[in-house]
Each structure stands twice: as structure tokens, then as C-alpha cells.
Design a binder for this molecule. Structure first.
Ligand SMILES: [Zn+2]
Ligand SMILES: [Zn+2]
Length: 63
């Protein structure tokens, strides 16, 4: 397998499959390093919403 960015051969130990479906070397495995097509901001927001559902807290009654 080869790195999608630098076309270097990536042995199993240093081969990283990104969520965009391409293989990368240790240098280019990060989304910022290969102009990743996966929208991590949207994914992160989605995950955040799922783990923290909107809870409507009932207001305390006036005494
Ligand atoms: Zn590379
Ligand atoms: Zn990617």
C-alpha cells in the first residue's frame, strides 16, 4: 500500500487508513495533512449532540 499524498510505500506498522477511505503514512495520517474530505466538525457536533441530549430543566416554582 502507498500513501495517498506522498506515494511512499507504507508498511503495515505505519499504514493508516483514514475515515475518508485512503491510506496514509505517519506524516499524512492527520486530516489536516491530507486535506481530508471527512467533515470532522460536523461529525463531532453530531456526536456531541448524541451524548448530550437537550434536557429541559423545569423551572423552580416561585415561593
Ligand atoms: Zn505520506
Ligand atoms: Zn482523510
Amino acid at each position: 500500500k502507498k500513501c495517498f499524498v506522498c506515494k511512499k510505500r507504507t508498511p503495515l506498522a505505519s499504514n493508516f487508513l483514514c475515515r475518508c477511505g485512503q491510506n496514509f503514512c505517519t506524516l499524512h495520517r492527520y486530516p489536516e495533512a491530507h486535506a481530508c474530505t471527512v467533515d470532522y466538525k460536523v461529525e463531532g457536533r453530531k456526536a456531541l449532540r448524541e451524548s448530550h441530549p437537550v434536557v429541559t430543566v423545569p423551572k423552580l416554582p416561585k415561593i
